[in-house]
Design a protein around this ligand. Structure first.
Ligand code: PFF
Length: 464
């Protein structure tokens, strides 16, 4: 079958905005601060930096290079590469696993994305004015307890994602990201500058950057790896798809470093925007998933310009979520396009199916909140939403990540990969990368696996 001719990014800038848009999402602004908050702040952050740059970054490079070499959707690229290089069909798992994983993530990601838009609206209509923690928790409980509200916001978010993806690489995704990403950076800058002027800023800096190693356990390390993978969008085919649309003239290592550093910087800035408010208004930093939707709105409700600052914050969260969501839909849609020719039909059918699957996650917060589908396997207390999240982040991402690293490191020839990366000489950078994808990353990820199935073993292998 002749390869499908996909559109390409019109510039390196457009690609970087799309890739950073994919990486920067709910994972940075919603998940990172509460995970850091629950796990001792600075100590977690230090480990996060090491694991993200040491483990996730080399795999981002592997993923981009596989995409560039295949030139197709993740599924199409793997079929093509396996055929061209005469490799085992087992590698096709990279394409299928990643694409399906991204599809499942999008189904529940859209639900939380919908919350972000709803909260932008609530801020704009001054709904948090004067609210204390109890009142804010009440607003959150009423919203998430309503299947109809959650369903409508989920539908709105998914509809927007599908609309952008229908537009295609240049007129859809690229146009959205080159306007939205600069807006996101501006909003974040505004939030940090605002937070820097509040009395809780110093305390927040200490909390975020002073490592307390007594809090470090083997779990901290494993949590950091998982969060890093999710945050830089690795191992779900998103980067592979975006890499397939990238002109050969752009250097992959340099782009990957920019993407990983930008993603990490946004996570840290999100912490610097949120925690000063938490400390200024004497709220608790370790509130878990409710940090952004319950705790932070209390601060907005107390401050003089809360309407403005709160709206800016939730708009930031919404923009971050939508630019990630399009990258979660694109891998499957680009496959549909190759298979059936029409982007519009592919986006509508695949996006529509994902939307329908997401209804299970909508109900996980209300009518199905007591339904634990995998209770028999020990996941007592985990709703459909939790099971989807757990399955993809703890199983699909690590296994596809290992396969991507091994495929780029061992299955493809060293010279072809070097050329596709855009590296001219055999320097230290290439040497380190090759060592990372061949040995370091697969081993480190294996440890994540072992911790999931056999915690005592993994714990005995790690300090802490
Ligand atoms: N990186 C996104 C976030 O931090 O919210 C989520 C994500 C997008 C993960 C795309 C994986 C992916 F392929």
């Amino acid at each position: 079958m002749a390869a499908f001719a996909h559109e390409h990014w019109s510039s390196r800038f457009a690609f970087l905005m799309a890739a950073i848009g994919s990486a920067v999402g709910l994972g940075n602004i919603w998940r990172f601060p509460f995970i850091a908050g629950e796990n001792g702040g600075g100590a977690f952050i230090l480990i996060y930096l090491v694991t993200t740059l040491g483990i996730a970054l080399p795999i981002v490079m592997a993923e981009l290079v596989i995409g560039r070499m295949g030139g197709q959707s993740p599924i199409g690229s793997m079929v093509e590469l396996v055929r061209r290089h005469n490799k085992s069909r087992i590698w096709l798992l990279i394409g299928w696993g990643g694409t399906l994983g991204a599809f499942i993530v999008l189904s529940y990601y859209a639900v939380i994305g919908g919350w972000a838009f709803k909260y932008t609206w609530l801020s704009l209509t001054d709904s948090f004015s004067g609210a204390d923690v109890e009142a804010s928790a009440g607003i959150f409980a009423v919203f998430t307890g309503s299947p109809v509200s959650l369903f409508l916001w989920h539908t709105f978010f998914m509809g927007l994602t599908i609309l952008i993806v229908i537009g295609g690489v240049k007129r859809g995704i690229e146009r959205a990201v080159v306007t939205l990403m600069p807006l996101l950076f501006l909003l974040l800058l505004f939030m940090v500058v605002y937070a820097a002027g509040t009395p809780g800023f110093d305390q927040a800096v200490t909390f975020l950057f002073q490592p307390d190693f007594s809090k470090v356990t083997s779990t901290t390390f494993l949590l950091a790896v998982g969060q890093g993978f999710f945050s830089v969008s690795v191992a779900l085919g998103a980067m592979m798809t975006y890499g397939a649309y990238l002109d050969k003239s752009v250097s992959i290592p340099r782009s990957a470093i920019i993407i990983a550093l930008a993603d990490t910087a946004v996570a840290l800035f999100a912490g610097l925007a949120i925690f000063p408010l938490v400390f200024t208004y004497a709220l608790t930093p370790g509130e878990g998933p409710g940090l952004v939707f319950v705790t932070v709105p209390v601060a907005f409700g107390q401050m003089a310009s809360g309407l403005f600052v709160g709206t800016a914050f939730f708009l930031l969260l919404s923009v971050a979520a939508i630019t990630s969501a399009i990258s979660l839909l694109e891998p499957a849609v680009s496959w549909g396009e190759e298979r059936f020719g029409g982007r519009r039909a592919a986006a509508l059918i695949i996006g529509g199916t994902c939307w329908a699957l997401g209804i299970l996650s909508v109900f996980s917060f209300n009518i199905l909140s007591g339904f634990y589908p995998l209770a028999a396997l020990g996941l007592e207390g985990d709703t459909v939403f939790d099971v989807f999240d757990f399955t993809v982040t703890s199983w699909v991402q690590p296994s596809v990540g290992i396969l991507m690293a091994l495929f780029a490191g061992w299955a493809l020839s060293r010279d072809t990969v070097k050329e596709a990366l855009g590296i001219q000489k055999d320097g230290a950078l290439f040497g380190f990368w090759l060592f990372a994808v061949r040995i370091l990353c697969p081993l480190a990820i294996l440890l994540v696996f072992l911790n999931a199935v056999w915690p005592d073993f993994a714990a005995s292998m790690l300090p802490g």
